[in-house]
Design a protein around this ligand. Sequence first.
Ligand code: BV8
Length: 225
Amino acid sequence: MARIVILTGAGLSAESGLGTFRDKDGLWTRYALEDVATPEGFARDPALVMAFYNARRANMVAAAPNAAHRALARLEAARPGEIRIITQNVDDLHERAGSRAVWHMHGELARARCAACGAVWPAPAQMRPADACPDCAAAATRPDVVWFGEYPYHMEAIWEALRAAELFVSIGTSGQVFPAAALVQDAARAGAETLELNLEPSEVSRDFEETRLGPATELVPAWVA
Ligand SMILES: CC(C)NC(=O)[C@H](Cc1c[nH]c2ccccc12)NC(=O)[C@H](CCCC/N=C(/NCCC(=O)O)S[C@H]1O[C@H](COP(=O)(O)OP(=O)(O)OC[C@H]2O[C@@H](n3cnc4c(N)ncnc43)[C@H](O)[C@@H]2O)[C@@H](O)[C@H]1O)NC(=O)OCc1ccccc1
């Protein structure tokens, strides 16, 4: 079981050019969360939701891991089996930097899912609702992401990892989305040390023993070194 559990958010990928959600020009200033990141929004206008995720997938493909992603991959390589990354990010920059022990608790842009049978497969660049499922042939394709009101992935494994953690580190997240924002409390309750690395104080900074402020590409390599 991993001694060090690391939670990451949109702030980790910000310096790779992938917009965050809540910063001044963030995604939620340009799209209504209710329209593009809820099952109800998808039912109302699947084409709008697909356009939103197809655009983010294209941005992801054009982006590259930054020094913070690479530092975390180095840490995992230096300490095999000791590091577990839990990310709220749906991009694949952790894996492209070389990290392997990664749980995407809110899903992945790189995957499509069948809303009828649950099958998942690599997402085409331009996903369409009518795309047929390779398993059941249903035309019920959706992005394999966790929308608001849906149950996040890996929750049981995440809580188990937090029970065994000696150190919990949070990087680039505003602490406004649950249950991700409550994981620091779960870690602290289990006796782990808690460290926050973020550009600015978050909604849950008070739950951390230590908070270091600054850009991830500076704070993370310095912490790993
Ligand atoms: C809005 C909020 C109030 N609503 C919720 O939290 C809801 C409802 C809710 C549940 N429990 C609650 C309790 C209280 C209140 C509300 C709730 N939660 C849910 O619906 C969740 C499902 C939520 C998942 C939604 N899907 C996403 N993403 C996938 C899609 C997509 O990506 O489109 S959420 C999405 O938004 C969140 C964005 O947050 P951040 O990543 O933190 O990004 P943000 O822009 O906010 O902040 C960026 C931070 O980085 C910093 N930064 C910026 N640049 C840098 C930089 N360069 N370096 C360092 N830091 C930097 C900034 O300072 C800032 O602090 C991420 O989680 C991201 O994945 N499901 C659920 O609860 O199921 C039941 C349950 C309950 C308990 C236990 C188990 C199950």
